[in-house]
Design a protein around this ligand. Structure first.
Ligand code: AMP
Ligand code: TRP
Length: 331
């Protein structure tokens, strides 16, 4: 089973990324044949950015992934812009197999376009096509993602189907997997919104690299709802989110969390969640510091990953070009 996923090098990675995506990547790395993980710098440039900072953030993200347990001996970890097939295939898919109307319906484009103070680029509009190209270039069977990527994945499947029906069977139509628990971690200050790098509040976002003191402070000041019982309820998004976080981090069910804290009040429970998350992130933070300091090593890991990724993507994209009637015919 071939596994592929992508993660942006923008900003700092948060607990939502870690629980919803990164921990799945680590879990799946031995099930992939191979598992391929891509740091998507070409996606990151669709909104305003600074070139030097992009490189720094890319190293940060690569070091976080390695510190979390991705092992370059057991998976392929690479930088998107190192493999030219991604951009080439984006155009091929955009021109022949992507409906403008489908792109127009993408929620993330609408949200990000509203948030842009300067240019709303055509690249931002094309973002989901690049994402489809990332996936299809490897004949991916399974894509692990968080809940917010569902619409993009459905579009990638649609694009693969359109291409295959027009040019003949070429691409695998990818399945995706979203975790049962932790697919949508919410902002601690505004639990009706997802935790996110761009739109959520600093106080409501736990970063993977936050100091223990900061983590404790953020959980203690998390918005909770009226009442005092530690139980899930649609009307209580704040406490429900904390229950979900605690369950994932401790590896227990949400029911078990409710019974463990049946006699507790919110304050005591928040402290327990803070302690659990601090303990959960500590080993990642420790390894991160060492890995991040050695940029030459990070570059070496990415270069080795790119060579392996290219070797897979090249023949798949070459075959698609041939089916489209582009270039010299392949005999
Ligand atoms: P990004 O940082 O936008 O590249 O996201 C990387 C991965 O994290 C994607 O698979 C997202 O679906 C996932 N993700 C982002 N935010 C959250 C969240 N609040 N809860 C769970 N997963 C998330
Ligand atoms: N768009 C994804 C996000 O913001 C990142 C991404 C890019 C991705 N290419 C991908 C995820 C391919 C899965 C597969 O989270």
């Amino acid at each position: 089973m071939r596994i592929f996923s992508g993660i942006q090098p923008t900003g700092r990675k948060h607990l939502g990324n870690y629980i919803g995506a990164i921990s799945q990547y680590v879990r799946l790395q031995d099930e992939g044949d191979p598992a391929i993980y891509c740091v998507v710098d070409l996606h990151a440039i669709t909104v305003n950015y600074d070139p030097a900072e992009l490189r720094d953030r890319l190293y940060d993200t690569t070091a976080i992934l390695l510190a979390s347990g991705l092992d370059p001996e057991r998976c392929i970890l690479f930088r998107q812009s190192d493999v030219a097939e991604h951009t080439e295939l984006t155009w091929m898919l955009a021109a022949t197999s992507t409906a403008h109307g489908d792109l127009n319906r993408m929620h993330q484009f609408k949200d990000k376009a509203i948030a842009q103070r300067e240019l709303v680029s055509a690249g931002l509009f094309f973002y989901p096509v690049l994402m489809a190209a990332d996936i299809l270039a490897y004949n991916t069977d399974l894509v692990p993602v968080g809940d917010d990527q569902r619409q993009h994945l459905e579009l990638a499947r649609e694009i693969a189907n359109k291409f295959n029906s027009r040019f003949g069977e070429t691409f695998v139509v990818p399945e995706f997997t979203i975790p049962d628990v932790g697919a949508r971690i919410m902002d601690l200050q505004a639990p009706e919104n997802k935790m996110s790098t761009t739109s959520s509040s600093e106080a409501g976002t736990i970063y993977v690299l936050d100091e223990p003191k900061a983590i404790e402070k953020k959980f203690k000041s998390a918005v909770t709802d009226s009442g005092s019982d530690v139980v899930r309820d649609k009307e209580k998004p704040g406490i429900s989110n904390l229950i979900e976080i605690y369950a994932v981090v401790r590896g227990v069910t949400m029911e078990a969390v409710e019974s463990e804290f049946a006699d507790s009040r919110y304050g005591e429970f928040k402290q327990a969640v803070a302690d659990a998350v601090i303990e959960y992130l500590a080993p990642v933070q420790e390894k991160y510091t060492e890995l991040r300091a050695d940029e030459a090593n990070l570059e070496a890991v990415l270069a080795a990953g790119a060579a392996k990724a290219s070797a897979i993507a090249q023949p798949i994209v070459a075959r698609a070009r041939d089916k489209m009637g582009l270039g010299r015919p392949v005999v």
